[in-house]
Design a protein around this ligand. Structure first.
Ligand code: S0N
Length: 273
């Protein structure tokens, strides 16, 4: 598969295929692709880039190398009040909070391509992606209680929806690791393939989606998120519907009438049963 670098970053790579796939790679293999604040800031920028690029229809999130997808927050820059930019800012924060929301909000399918460890905050990253393609060497798990941390947001709630409440509690309470086949059996990933076939399979899945209606995929993603995200989820679905309304004659009549300083004539439009 040929990828073209579309933007240069320090901690990640942003690449495009020639047929509508963006690939975002966390490129810190020396720490098993742990993310520091700068990594998350770059990830956020890359996802925004992929969102705005109308030639992109599917996005792959992955980690460099076969040892890890992502090992979560970089523990070397974890301070007493969160993660510190540059490792020494006086006050830290959780930059990844907004990234979770951004990935869910992004109206294009996001596919996690996982080889090796998806651990801690790295595990949550794959949970918030729409699909997960796992290599046979993938290992999944949470470490929060072991390192004095937890993610009670999507990291707990979405996981419970994906694997069931008892299993989700087991994953968080015991901090065990699970192999790819076990992850498949519990509904945590979509498929497992040999590592050598990981990228080709992920690209195939993306291409299958690229052949489908982008608006239908967008509305499906919003629909799956709607009840989980409460009013924000309904808002996304409603605004997507508004996009469609704007494209029709009925909404155009309202806008045109306003611009022409006349009363709108909606009598020509059906009151649908
Ligand atoms: C991934 C593991 C299992 C890999 O084991 P392996 O293959 O034996 O390699 P190691 O020798 O352990 O590691 C190789 C080198 O990489 C460094 N390293 C690995 N992970 C990290 C990391 N997360 N941060 C910094 N460095 C890391 C190792 O130190 C080693 O370096 P050298 O060679 O110099 O010794 C294994 O490495 C492992 O278990 N890693 C730690 C996993 C972990 O606990 N991650 C953090 C979990 N917490 C979060 O992710 C929190 C996320 C978050 O931001 C958040 C979100 C919402 C709410 C709260 C939080 C919050 O932060 O609390």
């Amino acid at each position: 598969m040929d990828w073209t670098t579309a933007h240069h970053y320090t901690d990640i790579r942003y690449e495009l295929s020639d047929d509508g796939i963006a690939k975002i790679t966390i490129d810190r293999p020396e720490v098993r692709n742990a993310f520091r604040p700068e990594t998350v800031i770059e990830l956020s920028d890359a996802f925004e880039r992929a969102r705005e690029d109308t030639s992109v229809g599917a996005i792959i999130l992955t980690g460099e190398g076969e040892k890890a997808f992502c090992s979560g927050g970089d523990q070397r820059v974890r301070g007493d009040s969160g993660y510190r930019v540059g490792g020494n800012a006086a006050v830290g924060r959780f930059h990844v909070t907004d990234l979770h929301v951004q990935i869910r909000r992004l109206p294009k399918p996001v596919v996690a391509m996982v080889a090796g460890y998806a651990i801690g905050g790295g595990h949550v990253l794959h949970i918030v992606c729409d699909l997960t393609i796992a290599a046979d060497n993938a290992r999944f798990g949470q470490t929060g209680p072991r390192v004095g941390s937890f993610d009670g947001g999507f990291g707990a709630g979405l996981l419970a929806r994906q694997v069931g409440l008892k299993k989700a509690k087991e994953i968080w309470f015991l901090c065990r690791q699970y192999g790819a086949q076990e992850a498949l059996e519990m509904g945590l990933v979509n498929t497992v393939v040999p590592y050598a076939e990981l990228e080709a399979t992920t690209v195939d899945w993306c291409r299958e989606m690229l052949a489908l209606s982008p608006m239908a995929l967008r509305l499906l993603k919003a629909s799956f998120n709607a009840d989980e995200d409460g009013l924000a989820g309904i808002q996304q679905l409603a605004h997507d519907t508004n996009l469609l309304l704007y494209a029709g004659e009925e909404a155009r009549e309202g806008r045109t009438a306003f611009l022409e300083k006349r009363q709108p004539d909606f009598s020509q439009f059906p009151r649908r049963p």
